[in-house]
Design a binder for this molecule. Structure first.
Ligand code: PA5
Length: 447
């Protein structure tokens, strides 16, 4: 089994010969800025050496809290949005049996997500579904004041207390939030919930390896030690002293910035495994919020292949040539499904008989890459041997590190997200939140 690999050959051919190697000084400077903590947003670098600083005691504490939820709940609601949601879901879905939650006898509590939308039907249907369930809640919010999450938590807390009683609710509600401030912290302290702290210096989209991601992942039954180990090994593999062309995060950051400078304004992250759908969502948030500012930034998009080859495939093959692709390729499937022979062969598929379905998938992947490159779409490929905690941990840190480097190469502060506030201000003004009277007046003038 091969290890994590980044292959840039089919992207490099779109660049001037030797352009990636020649970019080393700029990349090294960006890495140094990151490492020395001298760039914009340097108060949010807690993620940089997080994997190597997570202690066995911390992981044990998380596992103990997870066990309490696992023993007392058939359903656990993970309430959070953005960085307080996507990482946990990305990992859990990548590792889960797709049909686990439909099985009559389940090995793990069913994980459901809330607080990531304001859909009344969603919340109405969720509260209906939970009516006869022994459920618990992990309330995740760094600020502790995010409307989507706070709204869902208000409903879930009441329902949990009404259904399971105050004492049991206290046992099965866990908070992951700031050490001191925010409504989630105040409630957790007042009610006596078990709580975990989101470090001040780790922003939401870089927080999957804090309790934000680790607690739900442990509750779902996955090995957080292996996840952290994968990230830790990738931290070493992407360290400052590793030669540039052997450092996958540095090379990925370099190639995407060179392509961007060459007019490739959109990066499409591609998977061939439906389980990776939320990994793409996590990646989009990581790169979108980190780089899309100051009128700059690669637009991060994603597709699930081969599904989307039957929709977005046309655009990618022949649309405007402003895109490049990064494919996440998983070398080995976990299950073995072989195409059966059919005497009548009405579907004409006997040429595939005896082959693994994964082989068909791999040929779809290779055929698509060749077609897209022929069509003018630079391609990078990230390969992991299989979907397990260790390799997902590697993937997470690889993308995080590359994001920090890439943001500095682009010349932005990769660790803030001022643009996210604009909609909130308008929404609060429109809803008449106290303190927003001036904004309400300004908005009314525009309507
Ligand atoms: O990455 C970010 O900072 C954001 O996406 C936040 O994670 C998101 O807005 C949720 O914020 P909070 O954890 O404060 O509820």
């Amino acid at each position: 089994m091969k290890n994590f690999q980044l292959n840039i050959v089919k992207a490099e051919q779109f660049l001037v010969n030797g352009a990636v190697a020649a970019y080393e000084p700029q990349v090294k400077a960006a890495m140094e800025t990151l490492e020395k903590g001298i760039g914009a947003g340097n108060d949010f670098l807690g993620w940089l050496h997080l994997p190597s600083s997570i202690t066995a005691e911390h992981l044990a504490d998380l596992k103990t809290a997870a066990q309490v939820l696992r023993e007392n709940c058939e359903v656990v609601i993970v309430a959070g949005i953005g960085g307080s949601y996507l990482g946990a879901r990305a990992v859990i879905e990548a590792l889960s049996n797709t049909f686990e939650w439909l099985k009559a006898k389940k090995e793990n509590p069913v994980i459901i997500y809330a607080g990531n939308n304001i859909g009344e039907d969603y919340l109405g249907e969720l509260t209906e579904f939970l009516k006869d369930k022994k459920f618990g809640v992990i309330n995740i919010s760094k600020s502790g004041t995010t409307t989507e999450t706070a709204l869902a938590f208000r409903l879930l807390k009441k329902q949990c207390e009404d259904q399971r009683g105050k004492e049991m609710a206290r046992k099965v509600i866990v908070a992951v939030t700031d050490a001191k401030k925010g409504a989630a912290r105040v409630t957790a302290d007042k009610e006596g919930y078990k709580s975990f702290i989101i470090p001040d210096n780790v922003g939401g989209r870089f927080s999957v390896l804090t309790p934000v991601g680790l607690l739900p992942i442990a509750v779902a039954g996955y090995d957080i030690e292996q996840l952290v180990q994968g990230a830790r090994d990738m931290e070493a593999q992407t360290a400052m002293e590793v030669p540039f062309m052997e450092n996958p995060s540095a090379v990925y950051a370099a190639v995407r910035n060179l392509l961007y400078a060459d007019g490739k304004k959109i990066e499409i992250l591609v998977n061939y495994q439906p389980k990776l759908h939320f990994m793409m969502e996590w990646w989009k948030q990581l790169y979108g919020e980190s780089e899309g500012k100051d009128g700059k930034g690669i637009f991060p998009a994603s597709v699930d292949f081969s599904t989307d080859l039957h929709s977005m495939g046309q655009w990618i093959q022949e649309g405007e040539r402003t895109i490049f692709e990064t494919v996440i390729s998983v070398e080995n499937a976990d299950k073995t499904v072989t195409v059966p022979t059919d005497e009548e062969n009405l579907d004409g598929l006997n040429f595939l008989a005896g082959k693994r379905v994964d082989e068909v998938n791999k040929m779809a992947e290779l055929g698509t890459q060749l077609a897209h490159v022929d069509g003018g779409v630079p391609n990078m490929r990230v390969t992991i041997p299989c979907l397990n905690e260790y390799y997902i941990g590697q993937l997470i840190y690889f993308f995080e590190k590359a994001c920090g480097i890439s943001g500095y190469l682009l010349g932005v502060n990769p660790f803030n997200q001022p643009g996210v506030e604009a909609y909130k201000k308008n929404m609060f003004a429109l809803l008449g939140k106290p303190g927003y009277e001036e904004e309400t007046k300004a908005i009314q003038a525009k309507l």
